[in-house]
Write a protein that binds this ligand. Structure first.
Ligand code: DAH
Length: 342
């Protein structure tokens, strides 16, 4: 009879080796350990065994039962661990330092427009410069040919610190430092945050962004200005734009202009977006005033240049169809996550 026990044990070991999954393991468990299973059927043999052998036979069957249980459990643990590892392998790109999938991050619309412009200007040989937000009166006004008590200051009221410094009202405030840093010839753009003491509404903000550009070299003329602005704007709007210049006054340029582009929506026929004029005012610009060059250490007899002050915030509003300027500083994830680089 002991032989029979050994035989069943051998069969069980072989069958266990062949099991590949939990379902197969469960079937094996039933085959051996259920009420009518192979181990129980051995017990029913007990009555055919001589009395003196009953005890040792019963012990052996019990040992087999314990062994089968223990081997099944061990195999179950092995199979469960393998299944878990397979799951981990299948999702191998998981990285818990990444943001949650439901809240995919995106850049702020101003950043998107700024980076796009930087690329365009870099491709035209300009450098991209950074500058301060807290500046002094000289850089924000004096060096730009806006002396104390000049009426042009009225339009640029800002926030003053106790030490006399102020939050810069325009990116033009960096012109002097950049001229001194590089000298002529020079091609640079400098984006930045600007501040004005304004009551806010849908089209006014006390904090906004501009991108200033200057190009200084021998014989720079208004034709160069028009060429660069037209090329840059055609890239931004992905179509050939028509530009025109109107006279405009800014103390730091002479002559000064307002640059308009033909309305992108109606093509110049007139529509609500361009207030029926067919043109959109886009960017003030002009030929750098000799005094400004002189303040920057550049000889106006030898060099000339153009400058422009592009409203990044306004450009982002036009490009993305944003009607209320206050959206930009709201810090609303809901609003900001709608923008993505093209
Ligand atoms: N800094 C001016 C402003 O914020 C804009 C400006 C006008 C910049 C003419 C220029 C320029 O460079 O040439 O109102």
């Amino acid at each position: 009879m002991s032989q029979k026990i050994e035989q069943i044990r051998g069969e069980f070991e072989a069958a266990l080796e062949a099991v590949l999954d939990i379902a197969g393991l469960e079937a094996l468990r039933l085959e051996y350990l259920s009420k009518k299973g192979k181990v129980a059927s051995l017990m029913s043999e007990l009555r055919n065994i001589p009395n003196e052998e009953k005890k040792s036979f019963g012990q052996k069957v019990n040992e087999l039962k314990a062994l089968v249980e223990q081997r099944l459990n061990a195999r179950r643990e092995e199979l469960e661990a393998a299944a878990e590892q397979a799951l981990i392998d299948a999702t191998e790109s998981y990285d818990d330092s990444l943001p949650a999938i439901e809240q995919v991050g995106s850049y702020h619309p101003i950043t998107l427009v700024q980076r796009e412009l930087e690329q365009i200007f870099l491709s035209m040989g300009f450098t991209v410069e950074d500058y301060l937000e807290v500046v002094d009166d000289f850089h924000c006004f004096e060096a730009l040919n806006i002396p104390k008590h000049h009426p042009a200051r009225d339009m640029q009221d800002t926030y003053y610190l106790d030490n006399g410094q102020l939050l810069k009202t325009h990116t033009s405030a960096a012109q002097n430092a950049i001229m001194k840093k590089y000298g002529a010839p020079l091609r640079a753009v400098f984006p930045g945050r600007c501040f004005r003491n304004e009551s806010t509404d849908a089209s006014h903000e006390n904090t906004f962004f501009q991108m200033e550009g200057i190009m200084i070299d021998k014989d720079i003329s208004i034709s160069n200005l028009i060429y660069f602005m037209k090329t840059m704007l055609s890239e931004v709007f992905h179509k050939d734009v028509t530009v025109r210049l109107r006279p405009g006054f800014f103390p730091f340029v002479e002559p000064g202009f307002e640059l308009d582009i033909k309305c992108l929506i109606c093509g110049g026929d007139g529509c609500p977006s361009c207030k029926n004029s067919g043109w959109l005012e886009l960017c003030p610009c002009g030929m750098i005033h000799p005094n400004v060059l002189r303040y920057g250490g550049i000889d106006p007899e030898e060099y000339s240049g153009f400058a422009f002050g592009l409203g990044l915030t306004r450009l982002a509003m036009m490009k993305y169809g944003i009607k209320d300027i206050r959206v930009f500083n709201k810090g609303s994830l809901k609003a900001n996550s709608q923008f993505n680089a093209e």
